[in-house]
Design a protein around this ligand. Structure first.
Ligand code: FAD
Ligand code: NAD
Length: 475
């Protein structure tokens, strides 16, 4: 029967499409449904990450960083430019091209793994049936042996500053500005706020960020957060902590934002306002009555450690389930589930999920922060190596930040690695691998790192943990 599949995946974001491809690689008959709609109404695979998240944001971060470097660093390198002109239309065109190529790439990958990609909405019915509503309105009921829910997440709205799609926008809107706003307000100094705030600041906007919490990046190692705040403020991001937004109204083409902080009631006038206060799981219209799939109190699909929902052969992965909302976390869950469906043993090591914030300097970490380790009461040691002491970083004119290794004193096991500095997001991969194999600082100390490379910072930080660093004094 052609409408019957071994596996149906609902959602083709970074959690769903890898699950579909891996299931196809196992020789299973797979369909992957996705309802994503681009701003022009067209459909594309890849979900939030590819169409309106990770990829377009990194494209604009790269372009805007080049503008910043042209202004701030080229003269130091001995490169004189008379003017630096920003062609935002070209920048946006490049970004759109990257997104389009990546999305088309998923269709090629689906073909290679014999996955049937079906544009349209999927709704789980009882008995592992899935109702597929195609873009032309046709409804078909498909039967599956296994269903993987990978419906992702959507931006949270703020009732005191409702989106209008024009002046008050979400992260997708903030990736699509056709002109650089003179004054940009950002509600939320989290990952999205910092990345998109950086893009528009580098392109010339005055950026004010209103963060409700008194602490900055509370989930990161606080030594790192302190260093990050210093550099980001120096770049002109006006980050106001402890700022509670009470309202935002559009008047005469300007957004008037009211908020309260330690100084009392305040107001702010901006040309655009980005609301980036977190994302919520997307489950609207996903589950018919009687499927046996349950949501938790925050709206996430309930799953166990192996991403089983509790309903027979129904799995859920990615942003729609507990855990960090990160593309690579969703991908690993998708692969694990597909392998398990094929009868293999697979698991996700939730202790070694890296996190990267693509500001300049970049921020990246894996494992526990120093605050978390301290709270466990286990004796520990730390080693810190500043990029200022790295020959490669000096040659790159990128000496901000440091690499920090935290390890247990008793058995030397690495418990956490935190890097702020050039290409921190790339450097963290070595630490992830080390921790995946339960490496000790001695393992890192005795591993040869090419010279001169940024990766030597991690080597030296591991040496510094035992006060035997070579390229910095040991204190
Ligand atoms: P999604 O990517 O949200 O995909 C879910 C898909 O399912 C969507 O296409 C949706 O339309 C579809 N869908 C939902 N319900 C149905 C249904 N009922 N029927 C059919 N289709 C349905 N993460 C990182 O790791 N690194 C980054 O650099 C990064 N940058 C980001 C930047 C921004 C601006 C944003 C907003 C997010 C960023 N993220 C980043 C987070 C990342 O995008 C998410 O963690 C990731 O996309 C989650 O993947 P997912 O597959 O679970 O869900
Ligand atoms: P976030 O949780 O990172 O940050 C939201 C911030 O908004 C927090 O600091 C929070 O305290 C603040 N906030 C909440 N309510 C507020 C209010 N009423 N007023 C002022 N501040 C308020 O969420 P995000 O930045 O929206 O990102 C959403 C998700 O997307 C995150 O889970 C993140 O992991 C993911 N993401 C990842 C990357 C990356 O990996 N580089 C990039 C972008 C997004």
């Amino acid at each position: 029967m052609s409408d019957s599949y071994d596996v149906i995946v609902i959602g083709a974001g970074p959690a769903g499409y890898p699950a579909a491809i891996r299931a196809g690689q196992h020789g299973l008959k797979v369909a992957c449904l996705d309802e994503w709609k681009n701003l022009d109404g067209s459909h594309s695979f890849g979900g939030t990450c590819l169409n309106a998240g990770c990829i377009p944001s990194k494209a604009l971060l790269e372009s805007s960083e080049l503008v910043h470097r042209a202004h701030a660093e080229f003269a130091t390198h001995g490169i004189r430019l008379t003017t630096v002109e920003v062609d935002l239309a070209q920048m946006q065109k490049r970004k759109a091209g990257i997104v389009k190529t990546s999305s088309q790439g998923i269709q090629v990958l689906f073909k290679g793994a014999k996955v049937t990609g079906l544009p349209g909405h999927g709704r789980l019915l009882p008995g592992r049936q899935v109702e597929h509503s195609a873009p032309d309105g046709t409804k078909t009921v498909l039967q599956a042996k296994h269903v993987v829910l990978a419906s992702g997440s959507t931006p949270m709205a703020l009732s005191s500053a409702p989106f209008d799609g024009e002046r008050i926008v979400d992260s997708w809107g903030a990736l699509e500005f056709a002109a650089v706003p003179k004054r940009l307000g950002v509600i939320g100094a989290g990952v999205i706020g910092l990345e998109l705030g950086s893009v528009w600041r580098r392109l010339g906007a005055e950026v004010v960020m209103l963060e409700a919490l008194e602490s900055f990046l509370p989930m990161t190692d606080q030594q790192l957060a302190k260093e990050a705040l210093r550099h980001l403020k120096k770049q002109g991001l006006d980050i106001r902590l402890g700022a509670k937004v009470t309202g935002a109204v559009v008047k005469g083409g300007v957004v008037e934002v009211s908020f309260a902080d330690a100084k009392g009631a305040q107001s702010l006038s901006v040309d655009k306002l980005v609301v980036a206060i977190g994302r919520r799981p997307q489950t609207a219209g996903l589950l018919a009555d009687g499927t046996g799939v349950a949501l938790d109190e925050r709206g996430f699909i309930r799953v166990d450690n192996d991403c089983r929902t509790g309903a027979e052969n129904i799995w859920a992965v990615g942003d729609c389930v507990r855990g960090p909302m990160l593309a690579h976390k969703g991908k690993e869950e998708g692969l694990m589930v597909a392998d398990r469906i094929a009868g293999q043993h697979a698991e996700v090591n939730y202790k070694t999920i890296p996190a990267v914030i693509y500001t300049a300097p970049e921020i990246a970490w894996v494992g526990q922060t120093e605050e978390q380790v301290k709270a466990t009461g286990r004796p520990y040691k730390t080693g810190v190596f500043p990029f200022l002491a790295s020959g490669r970083a000096r040659a790159m004119e990128s000496t901000q930040g440091f690499a920090k290794v935290i390890a247990a004193t008793d058995d030397d096991e690495i418990l956490g690695v935190h890097i702020i500095g050039p290409l921190a997001g790339e450097l963290i991969a070595e630490a992830v691998l080390a921790m995946e194999y339960s490496a000790s600082t001695e393992d890192l100390q005795r591993t040869i790192h090419a010279h001169p490379t940024l990766s030597e910072a991690l080597h030296e930080a591991a040496l510094a943990a035992d006060r035997i660093a070579i390229d910095i004094p040991n204190r």
